[in-house]
Design a protein around this ligand. Structure first.
Ligand code: G4F
Length: 346
C-alpha cells in the first residue's frame, strides 16, 4: 500500500467481516491497529471521530461466494448494510474522508463478457446481490451528499495471501500437498467456470490511484484475460512438472497424471495414470457465474493503469510460494517476478 507523502495515512484492512483500522505514521514508522466490526455502527462512528482518517479502503465483507448461499442473511448484513454503516459514519463525522468501496466482478453474474463499467449487473449469489446494493449506495452518497467515494469493480485478485478455500490457492496448496506426499488428491467443483485472474498487489495500486484523482468515479479493474479453472489446474501442475490428462465427464471427471518431469519420476507416490484431481458436488454452487473478463479501457485511458503480471506469471508466483511453504525448492520463476517488488517469498 502506498501512502500519501504528507506522512500520515489511514488505511482500512480486512480479515473476514472484522475490520481493522490501521493508522500509519510514516515519520515514526508506527502502525496502530483499532478493532471494529461492520455490524456495530456505534463502534464505527466512534472510530471515525477518533482517527479522522483521510482515506478509507473498505475491503471488509463476508466475501466467500459459495458460503453466501449458506448464510445469506449474515452476508447481507455485513456486506451490504455494513457498507451503509460506514458511509453514514463518514457523512455524520463531518470530516472530509475519501472512500474506496471494494465492488466485485461477481455483480456482473450472467452478463456477457467482456464486462465494463457500463455492463448491467445480473448477480447470481447472495454475495453478489449484497455487493450490488453496496455499489449503488456508494453512488447515492456520492451524488446525494457529495462524498468522494469510488467503486473499484475488481475481478478476481489473487496472491500467495489468498484465503485457502478460494479456488486458486486451493489448487496451488493442493499441488504442494500432493508433491510433499501429505495429500493424495484434490477435490474440485465446476472446472469450466472462467475467471479473469490478476495479481492482487497491482490492484491495490489501482485502488490508491482512484482516491488520488480530482473527481471520484467507478472503475473496472482486471487483467483483461479469462481462463477456466481447468486451465488454472493444468498450468499449476505442469509448472511443477506434472502433465494432467482429463478423463470422464461431469461429476466423473478425473485429472490423471499423463507424464512427470525427470525429477518427479523418482517419486515413490506419483505414478503415471493415477488420478489426482476428482470432482465433489459439494463445491458446486446453486447458481454459477460462467465467464468473467474485464474490459479495462477506462482504467487504461483515465488512470494510465495496466497490470504487468498476467495469468502465467500469477500461477508461477503462487506455486513457488506454496512449494516453499512445504519445504520443496520451487522452479523459481515466480520468485524472480516478485524480486524487489511487492513482497518476498521468504
Ligand atoms: O475462487 P472462487 O471461490 O472465487 P469467486 O467466487 O469468483 O469470488 C472471488 O472473486 C470475486 C471477484 O473478484 C470476489 F468478489 C469474491 O469475494 C471472491 O474473492 O471461485 C472461482 C470459480 C467459481 O466459478 C467456482 O465455482 O472457481 C469455481 N470452483 C471450482 N471448484 C471452485 C472450486 N471454487 C472454490 N472456491 N472451490 C472449489 O473447489
Amino acid at each position: 500500500m502506498k501512502c500519501t507523502a504528507s506522512g500520515v495515512a489511514q488505511v482500512l484492512l480486512i480479515r473476514g467481516e472484522l475490520i481493522i483500522f490501521i493508522q500509519i505514521h510514516m515519520i515514526h514508522r508506527r502502525l496502530i491497529l483499532h478493532y471494529g466490526d461492520l455490524s456495530d455502527s456505534s463502534n464505527l462512528n466512534r472510530l471515525l471521530v477518533k482517527i479522522q482518517p483521510d482515506e478509507i479502503y473498505h475491503l471488509a465483507a463476508q466475501s466467500h461466494v459459495r458460503v453466501s448461499f449458506d448464510i445469506p442473511e449474515y452476508t447481507g448484513n455485513v456486506t451490504a448494510l455494513g457498507t451503509v454503516r460506514l458511509l453514514e459514519a463518514i457523512r455524520c463525522s463531518g470530516h472530509k474522508i475519501k472512500f474506496y468501496q471494494a465492488s466485485s466482478s461477481e455483480m456482473f453474474g450472467l452478463a456477457l463478457a467482456p464486462q465494463s463499467e457500463h455492463t448491467i449487473f445480473q448477480p447470481q449469489s447472495p454475495y453478489a446481490c449484497a455487493k450490488v446494493y453496496a455499489h449503488w449506495m456508494v453512488r447515492n452518497y456520492r451524488d446525494g451528499y457529495g462524498l468522494f467515494a469510488c467503486n473499484g469493480i475488481l475481478f478476481n485478485h489473487e496472491s500467495p495471501r489468498r484465503g485457502e478455500t478460494f479456488v486458486t490457492r486451493k489448487i496451488t496448496r493442493g499441488l504442494a500437498g500432493i508433491l510433499a506426499g501429505t495429500q493424495k488428491k484434490l477435490y474440485m467443483g465446476n472446472l469450466d467456470a472462467k475467471r479473469d485472474w490478476g495479481f492482487a498487489p497491482e490492484y491495490v495500486e489501482m485502488m490508491w490511484l482512484m482516491l488520488q484523482q480530482e473527481k471520484s468515479d467507478d472503475y473496472v479493474v482486471g487483467s483483461g484475460e479469462s481462463h477456466s479453472v481447468r486451465e488454472f489446474i493444468e498450468k499449476t501442475f505442469s509448472y511443477a512438472g506434472i502433465n494432467i490428462l482429463w478423463r470422464g465427464k461431469g461429476l466423473n471427471t478425473k485429472g490423471v497424471i499423463d507424464s512427470l518431469s525427470p525429477k518427479l519420476k523418482k517419486s515413490t507416490f506419483l505414478k503415471k495414470g493415477s488420478a489426482i484431481i476428482e470432482i465433489d458436488r459439494e463445491y458446486f454452487r446453486p447458481n454459477e457465474v460462467d465467464c468473467l473478463q474485464a474490459d479495462i479501457a477506462k482504467a487504461k485511458k483515465q488512470l494510465h493503469w495496466q497490470p504487468k503480471v498476467k495469468f502465467d506469471g500469477l500461477v508461477k508466483i503462487m506455486v513457488d510460494y506454496d512449494l516453499k511453504a512445504v519445504g520443496i525448492i520451487p522452479p523459481g520463476e515466480g520468485v524472480n517476478i516478485c524480486k524487489g517488488k511487492w513482497f518476498s517469498h521468504d
